[in-house]
Design a protein around this ligand. Structure first.
Ligand SMILES: CC(C)(COP(=O)(O)OP(=O)(O)OC[C@H]1O[C@@H](n2cnc3c(N)ncnc32)[C@H](O)[C@@H]1OP(=O)(O)O)[C@@H](O)C(=O)NCCC(=O)NCCS
Length: 188
């Protein structure tokens, strides 16, 4: 299952994405906010898991590789995961390759994935969490129309320290109202 936007194609992750994924995983911003450096074994099993999480309405983990059309090169990823079946809540997350940042690709891709979540998966809420100091990610959430719901104190253990996380969310009615009043990212 693939999603197209004005500039991007979101496809499944493939074995040939190994190098791009490793480059993203050792990027300084990723290491600062997301995780410690991966071992060889962790990198290998991460790629395998990303491939297994092939986007599919029947699964609860959807991992999209972000590519710039018509090039097939992986420039980032978007994850959409079912968090709570009872309230139809999904969680979204993203990472861009450093050379792809500053172009609006994360926002454009995440917007398409939100549309998929609300229109195809009938999500009620989509939430996102980020390191409280991750301003670039917070700006993506705000551009998507996600609302700040709170700050979770010391829930992330990273680099031998506790860090706060911010939680943002968008509801199905927020997204519906936004879609009827504004063009989608990349459609301007
Ligand atoms: C978080 C992350 C994906 C954001 O990347 P990004 O490039 O800033 O986000 P976008 O692709 O939406 O691009 C938006 C930026 O491009 C600029 N831009 C340039 N051309 C644009 C266009 N045509 N349309 C929209 N924005 C455009 C915007 O002004 C904006 O910059 P600003 O935030 O400084 O104002 C990236 O910093 C990253 O991968 N970080 C490391 C991993 C990470 O932290 N992941 C999140 C975990 S919660």
């Amino acid at each position: 299952m693939q999603l197209a936007t004005p500039r991007l194609l979101l496809r499944e992750v493939r074995p040939s994405d190994d190098l791009a994924l490793r480059e993203m995983d050792r990027d300084p911003q990723v290491l600062r906010f997301e995780h410690a450096p991966f071992s060889e074994e962790q990198s290998r099993s991460r790629l395998e898991q990303f491939i297994v999480d092939c986007p599919n309405p029947a699964t609860s983990h959807n991992r999209f590789a972000l590519t710039l059309r018509p090039d097939d090169q992986m420039l980032g990823w978007i994850a959409l995961t079912l968090n709570n079946f009872a309230i139809r809540e999904y969680e979204i997350g993203w990472t861009l390759h450093p050379r792809a940042r500053g172009n609006g690709y994360a926002t454009e891709a995440a917007h398409a994935v939100l549309r998929y979540a609300f229109d195809e998966l009938h999500a009620h809420r989509v939430v996102a969490f980020c390191h409280a100091e991750n301003q670039a990610s917070i700006r993506v959430m705000e551009r998507l129309g996600m609302r700040f719901e709170g700050r979770l104190r010391q829930v992330r253990w990273l680099h031998q320290a506790w860090w706060d996380e911010c939680v943002y969310a968008i509801l199905e009615q927020d997204f519906g109202a936004q879609s009827t009043h504004a063009p989608a990212p990349g459609e301007r």
